[in-house]
Design a protein. Structure first.
Length: 135
């Protein structure tokens, strides 16, 4: 006898498992590597993870996600990610060029990225996004 899990349960299990695995990778490999780098080099390495957030723009492509999802949620997530990606790319150039505004720009980038993440999580929870057709 097979017991099927619903899509919401699968979504949250995948999210939690990914968080666990990436935490291990960070603790075992990323953090020890970053502690050996200069501040600017470490910031650059951490910022590169955010540059591909432009992929969130696919939420605006017709047929990519459930048409029943509110456009306000989709555009907020897509443009929030695009701005985070642009800020990350700008923040990479700043420490490489030894700009005086490098560290404040990295703070702005991380603050925006975190606020965008919180806004996305709020939307996911509020709309119960895993119950929509996301394929």
């Amino acid at each position: 006898m097979t017991t099927a899990m619903n899509s919401v349960t699968i979504f949250w299990l995948q999210l939690l498992w990914s968080l666990f695995v990436y935490s291990l990778v960070t603790a075992w490999y990323v953090w020890p590597y970053l502690t050996k780098l200069s501040r600017n080099s470490a910031l650059i390495a951490l910022l590169f993870v955010h540059v591909p957030r432009y992929v969130g723009m696919t939420l605006l492509v017709t047929g990519m996600v459930d048409a029943k999802l509110p456009g306000e949620f989709l555009s907020g997530a897509a443009y929030g990610d695009l701005l985070a990606a642009a800020l990350a790319l700008a923040s990479i150039f700043a420490p490489r060029s030894n700009w005086r505004v490098a560290v404040p720009l990295v703070w702005v980038t991380n603050t925006w990225g975190f606020a965008d993440l919180l806004n996305g999580v709020r939307g996911v929870l509020q709309l119960n996004v895993p119950s929509f057709n996301l394929v």
